[in-house]
Design a binder for this molecule. Structure first.
Ligand code: 8YV
Length: 326
């Protein structure tokens, strides 16, 4: 008898086929996002779960499913999983770091540049048949090249974003929980460590790439937005909740910052409808890692973690090593 797992969201058929070689797989056929209670019910009798950040994996789920051994998230972020509760329950939790660094960094740049250079706004104008003449001030915005880039959250993705700034002759400021080693700063286009406040005052383009937790909730709110230059842009490819979306909407509406790129929202896939009334924001549906090769690599990474965890090996991306100690 193969061990039973539940795959909580639709996934590449080849990854499902790989999992089926090892496990008896029940999968989410309609790709609906399950509530915590529904996932808890689906986990009954399963030893492994394949999840994404849309699914809340709670302490109650672990309490109701003592047979569970591993929860493998297809994402680098894992704020949907109560890892402390997983550890207490002896359940391995894993994520998919590294495989998405470069693709996510590419997208951070694309979104920042689209916001600064007003790409979607001007395309809507063209598509609406409003382009009647050239004008010296049509869709002007801040420059990218030669500007100061501010990165909040200087992990692997933040560093990949910083490296790309070399080609744009930018200065890089960063803020992070801890300062990088000098050789890491050098590789990140000589990024300079500053306080969050100094970064917000000085940067022309601020990019957010930090993990979400209760400590990083509303890292950017009204007070922080007030520090930014009126010509600056803000790009959030981190997590909804890092930014106070209501405060961002107010700042954009009042022109207190020039523009924003927003890929993640508080309570997504729902988002504040006021965003839609603003022309100075580029809105995307949480797609920073969405290149075909990267999403496939993420899915295989999560599957590999599940296979390792349920065959008595230490999964490569174990988040709670205390579970396998001793
Ligand atoms: C995922 C992400 O695509 O990795 C993460 O943390 O936010 C994205 O890369 C998304 O979470 C769905 O798995």
């Amino acid at each position: 008898m193969k061990p039973k797992i539940f795959v909580a969201r639709a996934v590449f058929p080849e990854v499902l086929a790989r999992l089926e070689q090892h496990f008896e797989v029940e999968s989410n056929q309609d790709d609906r996002i399950y509530t915590a209670d529904e996932l808890q019910a689906k986990a009954q009798g399963k030893v492994g779960l394949f999840t994404t950040p849309s699914e809340p994996v709670t302490a109650a789920l672990f309490a109701a499913n003592p047979q569970l051994k591993a929860v493998c998230n297809m994402a680098v972020g894992y704020n949907n999983i109560d890892v402390a509760a997983a550890t207490r329950a002896g359940v391995m939790a894993t994520n998919t770091p590294d495989v998405l660094n470069e693709t996510t960094a590419d997208f951070g740049w694309a979104l920042m540049m689209a916001a600064a250079r007003r790409i979607t706004e001007s395309e809507h104008f063209l598509r609406a048949g409003q382009w009647k003449k050239w004008s010296y001030d049509s869709f002007v915005g801040p420059d990218i090249h030669g500007a100061t880039l501010g990165i909040i959250g200087m992990g692997r993705i933040g560093q990949a974003i910083a490296r790309r700034s070399l080609g744009f002759d930018m200065q890089v400021l960063y803020h992070n929980r801890s300062r990088l080693a000098p050789e890491q700063e050098a590789r990140a286009n000589n990024a300079r460590y500053v306080s969050k406040e100094d970064l917000l005052r000085q940067a022309d383009h601020v990019v957010l790439v930090l993990p979400y937790s209760k400590d990083t909730h509303h890292t950017i709110g009204a007070a922080e937005l007030a520090l930014m230059k009126p010509t600056a842009t803000l790009t959030n490819i981190a997590r909804g909740g890092i930014v106070d979306d209501a405060a961002l909407i107010a700042a954009l509406r009042e022109g207190r910052i020039a523009a924003a790129g927003v890929d993640v929202f508080e309570n997504e896939p729902a988002f504040k409808p006021e965003f839609l009334d603003l022309s100075n924001v580029v809105l995307t549906p949480h797609i920073a890692s969405a290149s075909t090769p990267t999403r496939l690599a993420m899915a295989h990474c999560a599957a590999g973690n599940l296979i390792a965890a349920l065959s008595g090996q230490r999964p490569p991306n174990l988040l709670n090593p205390d579970v396998v100690k001793g």
